[in-house]
Design a protein around this ligand. Structure first.
Ligand code: ATP
Ligand code: MG
Ligand code: FE
Length: 343
């Protein structure tokens, strides 16, 4: 089965061709980062308009790269939510129209299920059940996964998502957008001993997380440095290092707790923040120590992409799922509301 995947939930237009026998054939991504950089964050209306411009040319170039004709498609998978309604609708409309014209099924994919299953695009795939740490720009969740569509939310953030905390920290330090890669880059030259940031909510039982306090801690530390005439690049780097270590430690402690609670020893980490080097290292170390397994998507599939949507959609299409023409987009949508996949 040859499936076209379309991702357009936020500020990235992602297209991919996935073959259920041969795997990923081609993929392309157009990032609108520069378009939104001027505003320090994503402007929804500009995002929708840019998706309209990019979708068709990207679909054409991806088909060409894979040396496939549009008539060879067996199905279409598109991100139906959660995300920005206008951005979602552009992808959904293109997907639905194409499916209607080609007389093939289309399926709306949950964006977070796409992220969650992204490690399945690699040759070594995790077996079910596992614990998934899903950390992205809009979500921080710890999920027990017993199969595709069988998700139990064990922990969530009470305020900011992990990626959001990275983005806000970068903004406070005037590092630009998106913040994750910038904070992480600067942290490389930061000294670990200079500042010690708190590890939020680790002394309380449970798997919920909170990251907004860390952002405040960054703000206070930076303001103190300004007062003391210490507002240097080195200070910024030291803050980034302390911030990153605090997030990485907190996530590691929560993952360990989740594995113990559920009696599992397999961890999957996905979403944009799973690209973070420090977090990857700490989680690798945790799983080595436990003699367990840990899986990450390749770096380019941590953040938004069409491949993860094509993969998740293919699984649902193989199981016979498809939606009627009315189905469009769902800006708010819980992972736990998804139907378990049954063949
Ligand atoms: P959601 O998937 O929750 O709807 P999103 O699609 O905006 O949100 P992703 O594309 O998965 O999120 O990830 C983007 C986020 O990942 C941003 O917040 C970004 O700062 C963060 N990020 C990207 N690379 C890194 C990194 N190396 N370290 C930390 N954070 C990172
Ligand atoms: Mg993005
Ligand atoms: Fe995402």
């Amino acid at each position: 089965m040859l499936v076209l995947g379309i991702e357009s939930s936020c500020d990235e237009t992602g297209i991919a061709l996935y073959d259920s026998e041969q795997g990923l054939l081609a993929h392309a991504l157009y990032s609108q980062i520069e378009l939104h950089a001027l505003y320090g964050g994503v402007v929804p209306e500009l995002a929708s308009r840019d998706h309209i411009r990019r979708l068709i040319p990207l679909i054409q170039s991806t088909l060409k790269e894979a040396k496939r004709q549009i008539s060879e498609l067996d199905g279409i998978a598109y991100t139906a939510g959660p995300g920005l309604i206008g951005a979602l609708l552009t992808g959904a409309s293109v997907a639905r129209s194409l499916a209607f014209a080609l007389k093939i099924p289309a399926v709306g994919v949950h964006h977070m299920e796409g992220h969650l299953l992204a490690p399945m695009l690699e040759s070594e795939q995790p077996q079910f059940p596992f614990i998934c740490l899903l950390v992205s720009g809009g979500h921080s969740m710890i999920i027990r996964v017993d199969g595709i569509g069988r998700y139990k939310l064990l922990g969530d953030t009470l305020d900011d998502a992990a990626g959001e905390a990275f983005d806000k920290t970068a903004k406070l330090l005037d590092l630009g957008y998106p913040g994750g890669p910038k904070v992480s880059q600067l942290a490389l030259s930061g000294r670990a001993e200079r500042y010690k940031f708190p590890r939020p909510m680790v002394d309380r039982p449970g798997l919920d997380m909170s990251f907004s306090g860390l952002k405040t801690y960054t703000l206070n530390t930076w303001q103190q440095a300004l007062k003391e005439d210490q507002a240097t690049e080195q200070t910024k780097a030291d803050i980034c290092r302390a911030f990153e270590m605090a997030v990485a430690d907190t996530l590691t402690i929560k993952c360990k707790r989740a594995l113990e609670q559920e009696g599992l020893n397999r961890l999957v980490v996905s979403g944009g923040v799973s690209a973070n080097r420090e977090i990857r290292e700490k989680l690798h170390a945790l799983m080595n120590k436990r003699h367990g397994e840990v899986f990450f998507p390749r770096l380019e599939f941590c953040t938004d992409n069409g491949a993860m949507i094509a993969y998740a959609g293919t699984q649902r299409l193989l199981a016979g799922e498809e939606q009627d023409l009315n189905f469009a987009a769902t800006p708010r949508w819980s992972l736990e509301a998804l139907a378990p996949l049954e063949f």
